[in-house]
Design a protein around this ligand. Structure first.
Ligand SMILES: NC(=O)c1ccc[n+]([C@@H]2O[C@H](COP(=O)([O-])OP(=O)(O)OC[C@H]3O[C@@H](n4cnc5c(N)ncnc54)[C@H](O)[C@@H]3O)[C@@H](O)[C@H]2O)c1
Length: 337
């Protein structure tokens, strides 16, 4: 089968990384075109990645018949509309998480996608491709920890990312849609259930700039799931030591722990301060392999005509959870889904 022609849309912080993977590390993919509203991004695509055809107008990229699939790495606020336009133009779609900020937009996408069953639509819940998270899922499938009954999962960004994150919050939907959504997706995947209630506490403890977007820099959420299990999520944007994403799954027969210390390499530094490890600094360093593997899987799914690992129903469920967690923080009340 011929290569899948890809149009990359959005070449900011993450889009440049995805585009690099698609050009250099994704068998069966040919990056045909790139699109961004920022001319510097397009110059990067041309000069650093050799993508000769570039657009500032998304509709023009969609009109290019050599583009079989779009890879959307644009702000969350435009995901739903851009997915719908791509599906209606006959393209397969990979879109970064989250699918949308509200349930109505998620549902609109799902309704349109049903009209195009031969086109793949998937949302980038990248942790489902991380080798360690995948290995944990295999242990659960083998019954190694019995029935999973509790997921404790945290995503903790470094303090120095706040400068980017504060203006980014204007389009991201805030801490739960942008960050906790990954942990929600993992909890659903491991517990095999849907979130039924959420109770959240948190605040703006260090970066008051988040307040102007009605957002916060730290939160904890305790959530019940509809099969009687539970999850505890912690999110923080103020870590000094590294990007500290970790997950623990407690089962009736054992516990799985993933990434408990965010080590960058296998070196232990032993000196007058004691014994120390260097840490990964950001989400991309932690999930570099997973980002590459999810692009490979998207292209393989198109070529093999199979369903993607993560469907739109997973994505709407994660958005529902993010909304409940946000609403609980704002109302200071338990929220039922
Ligand atoms: N999976 C993850 O761990 C992860 C990590 C970071 C970001 N993301 C997601 O990726 C998406 C992008 O995040 P980012 O940090 O790269 O943002 P960014 O602001 O750095 O980049 C956004 C890009 O989209 C372009 N753009 C904006 N509107 C556009 C439009 N209408 N048409 C075409 N291009 C447009 C901008 O010019 C820019 O190139 C977000 O949805 C975010 O949630 C996911």
């Amino acid at each position: 089968m011929s290569n899948v022609g890809i149009g990359v849309v959005g070449l900011g912080r993450l889009g440049k990384r995805h585009a690099h993977n698609l050009v250099y590390a994704t068998p069966g993919a040919s990056v045909i075109a790139a699109c961004s509203i920022v001319e510097d991004d397009l110059a990067y695509a041309r000069h650093a990645l050799g993508i000769e055809t570039t657009y500032t107008d998304y509709a023009e990229l969609l009109a290019n018949p050599a583009v079989d699939a779009v890879f959307l790495v644009t702000p969350t606020s435009v995901h739903a509309e851009q997915i719908i336009q791509a599906l209606e133009a006959g393209k397969h779609v990979f879109c970064e998480k989250p699918l949308a900020i509200n349930v109505a937009d998620c549902q609109r996408v799902i309704d349109v996608a049903k009209k195009f069953p031969n086109q793949i639509s998937t949302i980038g819940f990248v942790r489902r491709f991380d080798p360690s998270y995948v290995a944990a899922r295999k242990q659960i499938d083998k019954g190694m920890i019995g029935q999973p009954i509790m997921v404790r999962s945290q995503t903790v960004d470094m303090d120095n990312s706040a400068e980017f994150q504060i203006p980014f919050t204007a389009t991201s939907g805030g801490f739960a849609h942008d960050i906790v959504v990954h942990d929600i997706d993992l909890a659903r995947w491991y517990l095999g259930a849907e979130m039924s209630t959420a109770y959240t506490t948190g605040g703006c403890y260090r970066h008051k700039g988040f307040e102007q977007h009605n957002d916060i820099d730290n939160a904890s959420a305790l959530c019940a799931f509809d099969n009687g299990t539970s999850a505890y999520f912690f999110v923080s944007r103020i870590a000094q030591h590294g990007h500290d994403t970790r997950t623990e799954i407690v089962g009736t027969e054992g516990t799985l722990k993933i990434g408990q210390t965010p080590i960058a390499n296998l070196v232990e530094i032993c000196d007058k301060h004691g014994v120390r490890r260097e840490c990964v600094q950001d989400f991309f360093e932690r999930f570099e392999d997973a980002f590459r593997l999810e692009a490979i899987d998207f292209v393989a799914a198109i070529r093999e005509g199979r369903a993607p690992r993560c469907g739109l129903e997973d994505a709407i469920a994660a958005t529902r959870g993010a909304i409940a967690i946000t609403d609980s923080w704002r109302s200071k009340k338990l929220v039922e889904l």
